[in-house]
Design a protein around this ligand. Structure first.
Ligand code: TRP
Length: 332
């Protein structure tokens, strides 16, 4: 059953997913299933480092699971689970923290950024965020980790921790994972300037209704130099055109590429066309999602089953880790 090796990736439970999540991660998760044993984790413990209000946490986990399943993550082929349901990761986090110099964590650009964003909640867990991520990756003996470039420092950190652990305990129990950079277009928000993100409220949800989707698409900023309908536009700098290239039929893309430049088509019509293509592209995903949403018990059962399968791998790794260190095992 082992293919090219094991892929592991995690994402924080941010609830309903948007186009940035879809094009930047989920689509790739689905594709990797053909060649790898995949483990996909909803990292709820990581979410606690910055989320104080947890009333929506379970719902957000559920909504994200719906998006993953409907997009094509196949729970028969892959393991899909919730991080905190396999608590071995916290034990490994503690153990890895002993081979982690504190300065390395506080120097990470990702830490500095999070600390700037959450100045009143710079907690111990936030500093240790990459250690928990390293624990995720090595607990499941992962060979490759698909992530965006922003996560490169965390992957490099993970590799260093693995080397430190194996060196300190004179073993080769932990595997150094490869980073698999996801080649994706940068997905901008409807403002056309910043990266798409829920916190910026510039996102378009993949599970929205066609009407909601169209409403958000009509808010998209196009070529800022095109002010009047009669002004020619430049598709090369237009966020709507980049999305047409992904979601629209080739003929439409070619037509817009010509007509926009000579003011033959206006931004309003161009956006209507994009909304139509997007809604058509997402129609079967949305239908599947609605089916899963109608059967919440089944969705939770998938996550529970995933956690059980993940736990088998985790327990084996922890036995090896404990043996390598020389920790006594209960019952031995
Ligand atoms: N740090 C990742 C992010 O912010 C989420 C994450 C947690 C992760 N554990 C992981 C990603 C393990 C890849 C592998 O997006």
């Amino acid at each position: 059953m082992t293919k090219k090796g094991r892929v592991f990736s995690g994402a924080r439970p941010t609830g309903r997913q948007h186009l940035g999540n879809y094009l930047g991660a989920i689509k790739n998760y689905v594709a990797l299933q053909a060649d790898y044993d995949c483990v996909y984790c909803i990292v709820d413990l990581h979410a606690l480092t910055t989320v104080e209000d947890t009333v929506n946490l379970k719902q957000n986990i559920f909504e994200m699971a719906l998006d993953w399943l409907a997009a094509g993550i196949d729970p028969q082929k892959s393991i899909m689970f919730v991080q905190s349901m396999v608590p071995e990761v916290t034990e490994l986090h503690t153990i890895l923290s002993m081979v982690t110099p504190l300065g390395k964590l506080t120097d990470l650009p990702t830490f500095k950024e999070k600390a700037r964003e959450n100045p009143n909640n710079i907690n111990y867990g936030l500093v240790g965020y990459p250690v928990l991520m390293a624990a995720d990756i090595v607990l499941y003996k992962s060979n490759a980790v698909p992530v965006g470039v922003d996560q490169a420092p965390h992957l490099e950190f993970t590799r260093e921790v693995v080397r430190s652990f194996n060196y300190r305990y004179n073993c080769n129990v932990l595997i150094e994972p490869q980073m698999k950079v996801t080649e994706v277009p940068k997905v901008l928000g409807i403002d056309g300037v910043q990266k798409m993100g829920k916190s910026l409220d510039n996102h378009i949800e993949i599970a929205g209704t066609p009407e909601e989707t169209q409403k958000r698409v009509m808010m998209m900023v196009t070529d800022p130099a095109r002010i009047k309908r009669t002004d020619p536009g430049n598709p090369d700098v237009c966020n709507v055109f980049s999305m047409h290239k992904i979601f629209s039929p080739k003929a439409d893309v070619e037509m817009i590429n010509i007509e926009c430049r000579r003011a033959g088509i206006g931004c309003v019509d161009c956006k209507k066309l994009y909304a139509k293509s997007l809604n058509e592209s997402l129609a079967s995903f949305r239908a599947k999602r609605a089916e899963f949403a109608d059967k919440p018990a089944e969705v939770w059962a998938i996550l529970h089953d995933g956690a059980q399968r993940a736990k088998v791998i985790a327990a084996q790794t922890m036995r090896e880790v404990r043996d390598a260190i020389g920790l006594p095992n209960l019952g031995e």
